[in-house]
Write a protein that binds this ligand. Structure first.
Ligand SMILES: [Zn+2]
Length: 225
């Protein structure tokens, strides 16, 4: 990403995106050029490029798009740019979006089932469950719309036969949720493989959600809309 003049804030955001993308690789949540990350800017959002592997990625490759998806800086945005644009449009409080093709989220999403409240930690995504949106082909507006629908009242969702998407008030929160949701998917699949999962009731999850409002690092996170 090349910026004109001094735009320290944008450069810091670009650095944070590159670091986060490499962290996803180290954590085995992404590989090659799969998945993508964006962070909101004054004029739109910065997003990882299409088809650039983790090893090659540096901030020169990042693309800044306006809210309609028109490039401001750079020209080769992720094929999922529309998904990011629609999330920012529908959720004003969101400052960053992380999308991964992580193994357990991908595997679970192929069942096209919501992640139920098998653990109280499911509430970190903002509700009593994590929805799985219906399938639509990658990079399409149809997929973006389905994801936005599944994110109503939530900060994360599974994408059928594809992966996961998480959003937060900043990149730290979106990354935290991506790592946590992948772990939850793994735990749920282990539980499913050894027996019948007993899920928490709506009442129990309501109590957890209320407790999260005032609990440690989760307390500081944005309210879900
Ligand atoms: Zn994808």
């Amino acid at each position: 990403m090349r910026t004109k003049g001094k735009d320290k804030e944008k450069l810091e955001k670009a650095d944070a995106i590159v670091q986060a993308y490499k962290r996803l690789y180290k954590l085995k949540l992404n590989r090659g050029a799969s998945g993508n990350i964006s962070v909101k800017t004054k004029n739109g959002f910065l997003i990882t490029p299409s088809g650039v592997s983790t090893e090659r990625l540096n901030k020169e490759y990042l693309v800044e798009l306006d809210n309609l998806g028109t490039p401001i800086v750079g020209s080769n945005p992720s094929s999922e740019w529309c998904l990011h644009a629609e999330i920012y449009k529908s959720k004003r409080e969101v400052g960053a979006v992380v999308h991964t093709h992580s193994n357990f989220a991908c595997a679970l999403s192929s069942l096209q089932e919501d992640l139920p409240p098998f653990s109280y930690m499911v509430a970190v995504a903002g509700g009593k469950d994590v929805r799985c949106c219906d399938y639509a082909i990658f990079g399409s507006r149809e997929l973006a719309n389905k994801v936005v629908e599944a994110l109503k009242g939530r900060k994360a969702c599974l994408m059928a036969n594809h992966g996961l998407v998480c959003c937060g008030e900043d990149l730290t929160e979106a990354m935290y949720l991506a790592v946590e949701l992948e772990a939850l998917c793994e735990q749920y699949m282990i539980a499913r493989s050894i027996g019948e999962v007993k899920v928490l009731s709506d009442t129990e999850m309501k109590m957890v959600l209320e407790k999260f409002e005032n609990y440690g690092h989760i307390k500081r996170k944005s309210k879900v809309k």
